[in-house]
Design a protein around this ligand. Sequence first.
Ligand code: KIV
Length: 258
Amino acid sequence: MSQKINKFINKKKKTKLVCLTAYSKNIAEEIDQFADLILVGDSLGSVLYNFTTTRKVTLNMMIKHANSVRLGVSKSLMVVDMPYNTYRTKSEALKNCKKLMKETKCDAVKLEGGIKIKNIIETLTKNKIPVMGHLGLLPQSVRGKFKSKGKSDREIKQIMRDAKIIEKAGVFSIVLECVASDLSKKITKEAKIPTIGIGSSVHCDGQVLVTDDLIGLTNSKIKFVKKYVNTKSLIKKGVQKFRSEVLKKKYPTKKYSY
Ligand code: KIV
């Protein structure tokens, strides 16, 4: 395990972990100093490309966006999502993860799933590819409406079992998406690695949000999204001012001309 990843794991129980997504250099540069981990999430499919499912995101799209993000990340752990259908078998996962790591210089990859991908996680970690897990609501597997997870006895048992299995298989951290509060608390207590919640209560070791949601660049109505700043209105103000100055021939003055 790299020093950077050990440092991340060791923060469990000492301080909460702050995780954010980025899809480009400009955002990554601004959030790097405030984050422990920056995730190039396949949520970029819906956030940037209006895809109705993350299943349409390709490995090449992830590589291109990760290349841009890499330029803005100097201190945080940089993790990249492996998109749908890129880790169906051990050999496919190994080939694609190696390509992604080599071409983006990211620190780790993130894979969605529990027992079904146990062997894949083991293969990757044995080959020195650090893996972050993702349990609860799995956007790559969802058909239809997004629902919270871990309320029925069956789901509680299954998610608890999956958390133990993927920890044993070697993941260094687990994202818990839309997992019921009591279950997140239990998994966090029993796991030796950090849990990172998204809509999964304050009991997790850290939190992640899609940066575009929290800075108000999207119109997300998801329950767990809190808009901390209204970037859209700032953009509107700046662009309106530019438009008005261009129309009134106030811009560019001598200062802004050669
Ligand atoms: O794709 C993504 O951005 C994610 C996080 C929100 C956890 O998986």
